[in-house]
Design a protein around this ligand. Structure first.
Ligand SMILES: N[C@@H](CCC(=O)N[C@@H](CSS)C(=O)NCC(=O)O)C(=O)O
Ligand SMILES: [Fe+2]
Length: 291
């Protein structure tokens, strides 16, 4: 009995040492602050390379996704900004990726998209946006369409309301896709906020319906990656926003009243950005003819 007890104790000790050293490794690892490592700790697919990049003047997030298990390492960018195209391309080259798609969640009003510029710098890149946006691009998406890079795909969900053509890109639900799922919500859902609805065909009624039917119906652990953040957040989840979003947790009438009383100044670049983004960001460049 004594021997048995001490063996048991020994096992407990070994187990607690393992847990302790594992936790310590995770806490002390110098790369833990990068989002790639966090994603792999969370159990994402090992095929997916994921980076969240920031453009500080417009507080815009650009997302880089690639399938690094594929020999070509095909990659896509979501919501690239013209001013940070060179930074993004440097990273893509350093990582040995092949940029295939430059996508937008909507026609942005606060910055010029980098999609057109990317097309002039990397041959074969295709610009992608929703058909409902009315913008120029190489590929037009409709609800339910999929955009694939290697084995990874994004599914298109129509989420109008901030603009008429807004879409959310959601990683696939199959077991071999990155888990938990990731939703790139553009300006439909911001962390603890949402996109304004006072221009570009915006409608608070429609935004409320879009979010509740297309985003809040995803699994609660789905990661939310917005196009902007003004408050210092990086990522949220569907469950977290369903519980804590100060606008979208309200009933529709209260939401509509909040949205009509935001009193926000128009984005500083709106008069430049919207016309430029309707032609893929290239209104002043000769390459426009190639779009
Ligand atoms: N001050 C910024 C513009 C800020 C702004 O209007 N942001 C938009 C998203 S970009 S179209 C928005 O929807 N904001 C919602 C909110 O609650 O802040 C500038 O001048 O560029
Ligand atoms: Fe926007």
């Amino acid at each position: 009995m004594v021997t048995h007890f001490s063996r048991f104790q020994h096992l407990l000790l070994l187990q607690s040492r393992f847990l302790f050293s594992h936790q310590s490794r995770v806490r002390r690892h110098p790369l833990i602050r990068t989002r790639t490592v966090i994603r792999s700790v969370m159990g994402s697919s090992s095929k997916l390379l994921f980076r969240q990049l920031f453009e500080k003047e417009s507080s815009t997030y650009t997302y880089l996704l690639a399938d690094v298990s594929h020999p070509d390492k095909p990659a896509l960018l979501i919501d690239p900004v013209d001013k940070t195209v060179d930074r993004d391309l440097k990273l893509i080259n350093e990582l040995g990726l092949k940029l295939v798609y430059a996508m937008n969640t909507h026609v942005h009003a606060d910055h010029v998209t980098g999609t057109g510029l990317l097309k002039t710098k990397v041959s074969g890149v295709k610009s992608v946006i929703s058909k409902a946006s009315g913008s120029k691009a190489d590929m037009f998406l409709e609800p339910g369409d999929r955009v694939s890079i290697g084995d990874i795909y994004l599914e298109v969900h129509a989420t109008p309301g901030h603009t008429a053509g807004c879409v959310t890109y959601v990683t696939g639900e199959d077991a071999d896709q990155p888990q938990p799922r990731m939703a790139f919500t553009g300006d439909a859902v911001l962390i603890r906020g949402c996109g304004r609805t006072d221009f570009q065909g915006g409608s608070s009624d429609q935004l409320y319906e879009s979010v509740h039917s297309q985003i809040f119906t995803l699994p609660k652990d789905t990661l939310i990656y917005p196009a902007h953040d003004y408050k210092g957040y990086e990522v949220s989840t569907v469950g977290e926003e369903m519980q804590h979003n100060p606008r979208l947790t309200k009933d529709k009438e209260t939401f509509k009243s909040i949205m009509s009383n935001l009193n926000l100044a128009y984005p500083k670049m709106i008069d430049v950005a919207v016309p430029a983004n309707m032609v893929c960001g290239l209104q002043d460049l000769p390459a426009q003819a190639n779009l």
